[in-house]
Structures are given as C-alpha cells and as structure tokens.
Write a protein that binds this ligand. Structure first.
Ligand code: NPW
Ligand code: ADP
Ligand code: K
Length: 483
C-alpha cells in the first residue's frame, strides 16, 4: 500500500528523526537523492546547464545543495534567488564553493533561455496559499521556456495537504519527494503539476504513525483482495449481485452495468427492470425480471441508478432498493435528490459513486469547487451520508464514513471519460460488494480494475471495450504480473 501523510505529521516525524541525527543529515540525504534524479535526467550531468529556483526556506536549501553536487559533476549551475539575503546560508556557500553562479530574479529569463533543466526549490511543505507575485512570475517564465522541471519535494504553488492549486503553480516533469508522499502529490489538480513522482528515503518511515492520511492500492494489495472461487464454491456462495439500471429510454446503461457486474467475481447477476430484453440479448447468462427489485430474488448486494431516468417509476426503484438489508451502490440517476437521512437510516452499508457534477448537487455546491478540492468533497460526502463515497474523475477518491485514510486510485486514463464507462464501474463494484468485500475495498478495487481496463482496452476505448478488457486485467493481477 502506498501511503501519504499531511504536512503536520511529516513535520512531527522529521523533528523526532532530526533529534537523533547530526544536524544537516536529512537535508544532505534529500539533496543527494535530488541530485541523483537530476543527473539521470541530464544523462551524467556533464556540460549541461541547470537553473535552480531558490526560495528562502529549506526547500531552497535542498535545491542549493543538490546544485552544488551537480556543479561538482561538471554541470553549469545558476541559482536564481528569490530573496538573496534569506537564501539557505549553508546551501549557498556549498553552491559557490562548487563553482555555481548566483542570479537575481530579474536575470531569470536570460538564465532560463539557456537551461537544460530547472530545479524548483521555491516552496515545499512550507508553501501556503497561492504563490506570491514574484514567485508566480518565475513559474510563468519557466512554463513559457518549456524547459523540463524537477520539483523539490512538491511543485511550488500546490497545496501539499489537499491538492488544491490557487493561481500559478510550477509544472514539473518529475517531483522528487522526501520521506513520504504528501496527499497533494496524488490528487488532482496538484498531481497533474507533479509529473512523475519519485520518493527518496531519508529514514522517516519509523517515525510516521501507523495511519496515513491517504493510501493507494498496489498490485499485490488488489491481488490479495480479489475474490477467488474455491472447491466449496457454488454460484450462490460466490455472491449474487442485483442490478436495477436502465429504462426504455436508456437500455444501454443496464447492459453496461450488467457487463461490469459479470466481470466482478460474483457467482450470478440478477437484472430487474424494463431493459430485460436488451440485457438478455447481450448477456444470456443474466437472470432477468421486470418487476420491482425486491421481487427479483435474493441477492447479496444491489446497484441502483444507471440510466433509470427521473420519473416516478425510477424513484420507486431507488426506494425499493434502499429498503433492502444488503449493501447498495447508488450511481447516476439514483443519486438525484438523495436524502442523507434516508441513507444514514439504512441497516446495511451504502456506496455512492458520483462524478464531480453529481457530487456538487449532493453537497449543494458548484462542480468546479468539487474539482478544485476533491479530498474535502469526498470526505464531506462520506460524512454527510454515512456512506462510502467514491468520487470519480481525473483522480478517483474513496472515503469511508468511519474516517481513516482516503484511498486514491492510482490507475486509469482520461480516455475513460467516455459515455457509459461509469455504468461499467458501478456494476463491477456492485459485484465485488456481493462477493463480501467491505464497501471501501470493493469501491477501491473496482476503480483499480476499471482504470487498468481503460488503459488496456484498444485506443480509443469505449465502455464496451473497457468491459472486454477486464478479464485480462484480472488474470494478470491473479498471476502477480504487473498488468
Ligand atoms: N524538515 C526537514 O527535516 C527536512 C526538510 N526538507 C525540505 O524542507 C522543506 C520545508 O522547508 P521549510 O519549512 O523551510 O519551508 P519551504 O517549503 O522552504 O517554504 C517556506 C518558504 O517559502 C516561502 N513561502 C511560503 N508560502 C509562499 C508562497 N505562497 N509564495 C512564495 N513563497 C512562499 C516562505 O516565505 P516567508 O513566509 O518566510 O516569507 C519561506 O521562505 C521541505 O519541503 C523539504 O524540501 C528536506 O531537506 C528534508 C529534511
Ligand atoms: N479526466 C479523467 N481522467 C481519468 N478518468 C476519468 C476522467 N474523467 C472521467 N474519468 C473516469 O471515467 C468514468 C466516467 O464515469 P461517469 O462520469 O459516470 O460517466 P458515464 O455516466 O458516461 O458512464 C469514471 O470512472 C471516471 O473516473
Ligand atoms: K518545490
């Protein structure tokens, strides 16, 4: 499991570690890792020009010490100091001793025009709010120059804890982060500014608490969670998932949700609703019925919502499913006007899977506010509804109403933004729920599989080809191969 910790926790852990080590040890470890990553990009670091953007904190100190190492390996290094009288004194002395140059911000444009690599040491975990005007101007210049950027610890201008970006922020090709990931490195919009993220071990691990703020499943975690039939299994013991999706107007949503459910490891899929003919035509293995969901027979979990529309019959189907004493996933049309008290009063767990627009409606806010502050939104949804909330989009997040770490999905591709792919996801997660996974595990495992299938389907993928890619993704994970 990949983990990320908030700034406050990182600072506490750093203090504890620093107290046991000679002064400067951590910065030396950080700078060594940073310099090695830069040297990789410079392919040896000889006769190459590097510009350091140096703020007045320790983030600038890391950049200066790394710059000194690169200068000693033959690179031409120029440090642009945002506050010349407050730059890290030890780092500055090291850079000068190694033959590095120093420049003021008004010389930055000329230096950047000749640079092969930029090292962004303006702010790290000490950065707060949007970049101040002078720093923002530097970030704009770097972006305009198009030179590859290595960010020190975090891209300057992003919020380390929430992933929010207010105004201008540095866009890095690579971020070299120290000790642990920070939530902002894994959550958009900040994650998009971070580029590839490389973690440098500075010995912080033993000082960090057992419970992180954010986690991301890795292939071995998912492989361990995937349900596997055993010799004792039969189709009912494996779990039966019920799908209440589709309408005369949107029969395809039913077909796609059933398709996702057939690839979620359950023993059988029941379908209840008016798209029975379309479902059976595409998936003859489905057990179909046309009445209300509770008349369809026993299931271990329900999915309700994709393509059901917004008429009284749709409301009746949602109410019927919410009365069931089994885990329920509510998606798409099922989320319209959902009453938090009704969800909180349920006797079994509920999973909500909104995209940003649906989440905004549920929270009574604007879509762009949800997209700007995804972590806050997903936590608020889980808390308000007493449900596991999965917020879809450029970063998919899953929050548990009991609190604890939010899970960020590490797989996926923007190609998944294609009509109906959310319907596949809801069926897939529903089936995983029916097999007995906890709602948090079912939602995060489903998102993981769905994201990988999106990347493996032929480009450009459609919701149907994402479904078809699921078996290969399962197989690879069960075989412990990197899919
Ligand atoms: N502690 C450790 O063990 C280790 C820490 N390490 C490194 O230290 C980093 C943390 O260093 P830090 O605490 O000095 O803060 P840092 O990120 O440099 O930022 C503070 C500076 O930024 C400025 N500033 C703030 N907001 C701003 C804005 N919006 N726009 C513009 N400027 C802004 C602020 O200005 P001031 O408010 O003081 O005027 C101040 O000068 C950490 O990320 C890692 O790289 C590693 O060496 C490993 C060991
Ligand atoms: N920019 C993006 N990057 C990665 N995945 C995305 C992006 N936009 C959407 N997705 C994913 O695509 C799927 C779309 O689901 P949804 O919005 O419900 O669409 P639909 O209702 O058409 O099925 C979700 O899994 C979502 O996480
Ligand atoms: K930085």
């Amino acid at each position: 499991m990949r983990t990320a910790y908030r700034v406050e926790t990182v600072r506490t852990a750093e203090r504890a570690l620093m107290a046991r080590l000679p002064e400067g040890t951590l910065m030396a470890r950080a700078a060594a890792g940073l310099a090695a990553a830069c040297a990789d990009l410079l392919r040896g670091g000889r006769s190459r020009r590097v510009v350091l953007l140096v703020g007045s904190g320790d983030n600038g100190g890391d950049a200066l010490y790394a710059g000194a190492r690169l200068a000693r390996r033959g690179a031409g290094v120029t440090a642009v100091l945002l506050s010349p009288d407050r730059a890290h004194p030890g780092g500055l002395a090291a850079l000068r001793a190694a033959g590095g140059r120093v420049a003021a911000p008004d010389e930055a444009a000329a230096a950047l025009a000749r640079a092969d690599l930029v090292v962004d040491g303006i702010t790290g975990i000490g950065g707060r709010g949007g970049l101040r005007p002078e720093a923002a101007e530097l970030a704009r210049l770097v972006h305009a120059a198009g030179t590859p950027v290595v960010a020190v610890d975090l891209p300057s201008g992003v919020d380390p804890d929430t992933g929010e970006v207010r105004g201008e922020a540095v866009r890095a090709a690579l971020t070299v982060t120290f000790g642990t990931h920070k939530p902002g490195l894994l959550v958009d919009p900040a994650a998009e500014h971070a580029g590839e993220v490389r973690l440098v071990d500075i010995g912080l691990g033993p000082e960090l608490p057992a419970t992180p703020d954010l986690t991301a499943l890795e292939p071995a975690d998912v492989a361990a969670l995937l349900p596997r039939p055993t010799g004792e299994s039969d189709k009912y013991r494996r779990g039966v998932i019920g799908i209440a999706a589709g309408s005369p107007r949107y029969p395809g949503a039913a077909v796609l949700a059933v398709g996702g459910a057939l690839h979620g490891g359950a023993g059988a899929v029941r379908y209840a609703g008016p798209a029975d003919a379309a479902v059976i035509a595409r998936y003859p293995e489905t057990l179909v019925s046309t009445g209300l969901p509770h008349q369809a027979g026993r299931v271990q979990a329900w999915v309700v919502g994709p393509g059901i529309g917004d008429d009284p019959q749709a409301r009746e189907r949602v109410a019927d499913v919410l009365d069931a004493d089994v885990p329920v996933l509510v998606d798409a049309d099922g989320l319209r006007g959902l009453d938090p008290d009704r969800i909180r009063a349920r006797t079994a767990p509920t999973v909500l899977t909104p995209h940003a627009g649906e989440a905004a409606a549920l929270l009574g806010t604007a879509r762009d506010r949800v997209e700007a502050a995804r972590l806050t939104a997903v936590r608020e949804l889980a808390e308000r509804f007493g449900a596991v909330a999965l917020l879809k989009g450029s970063t998919t997040l899953v929050a548990d109403p009991a609190g604890g770490p939010v899970r960020v999905n590490p797989t996926g591709t923007p190609w998944l933004a294609t009509a109906g792919s959310g319907d596949v996801l809801s069926g897939l997660i529903g089936a995983l729920l029916a097999t007995g996974l906890t709602p948090l595990d079912a939602a995060s495992t489903g998102a993981y599989l769905h994201g990988l299938a999106g990347s493996h389907a032929p480009t450009p993928p459609s919701a149907s080809t994402v479904t078809e890619a699921l078996p290969a993704v399962w197989r690879a994970l069960l075989d412990h191969r990197t899919p």
